[in-house]
Design a protein around this ligand. Sequence first.
Ligand code: PSU
Ligand code: MN
Length: 306
Amino acid sequence: MSLPSNPLTIAPHVAATLALSQPVVALESTVITHGLPWPKNLEVARTMEAAIRDSGATPATIAVLDGQLRVGVTDTELEMLAQVGGQARKVSRRDLPIAVARGEHGGTTVAATMWVAHRAGIQVFATGGIGGVHRRHPWDVSADLPELAQTPVLVACSGAKAILDLPLTLEWLETHGVPVLGWQTDTFPAFYSRDSGLPIDQRVANAAEVAIIWRAQRALGLGGALLAVPIPAEYATPPAVAEKAVAVALDEADARGIRGKAVTPFLLERVAAITEGASQAANLALLEHNARVAAQVAVALAHAPS
Ligand code: PSU
Ligand code: MN
């Protein structure tokens, strides 16, 4: 088995955009392979890319294809990844060398996507929800959190999925120095609902305000940051509805002994089934919205600092 000499491949149009210091937004691919069912996953992947273009930035979906770390994929490749779904490897940081060495296809998690984006020179990344500290199993901490602590990428998301322990996740981020900005909000969003009641570090009104703080973060040589964006109000689910579904899903996961990297995909799938797709509609809406907000921030960053 021989390694590709340069396992990081940046699509030509993405490389050209970066070379001109024009705005690029990275997108993850675990949400495509393991987060949503076919064909919704393809629809949402295309919608997010379109939303970013629409807002004046270039999307770069990051994935592992045939063992190559790809920054920007073609529409045909996007479709292939969506179709392959869970047969692809779920690639977090620790899975990168395995997928590369074995020449596999993989959907990259927030952690792996951040790692690749940073090495490609991309600073802004949009997703739905980051991984975090799990409920009932607080030793199960997503690799997304330490990645945020060390890799300088700004991640726009709707908080951490409601399946997680949000207070412990925020405590972890505080301990490890990850700033949490609230997009037009004073509280951390709870994914399906707009407000967890938990405080964030700083409310920001618009993309220009985010850009100022992110430039300072970079100038100080610090790691990543979160931009927490609440779900658009018309798609928000009442907290009690989501909460009930999560409780049932957690019981099922425990009863079936689901562990390790299978936990998050299992819970996401069960919550979607229990809420009869309402959670999935919410998921799609917030993913598109987060892509738009991230693109606005990338555009603001590309403008000369005032
Ligand atoms: N949250 C979602 N959908 C997802 C994920 C999180 O709403 O698909 C994915 C992301 O790729 C995230 C990963 O990085 O799950 C976290 O998995 P784990 O908890 O195993 O680190
Ligand atoms: Mn885990």
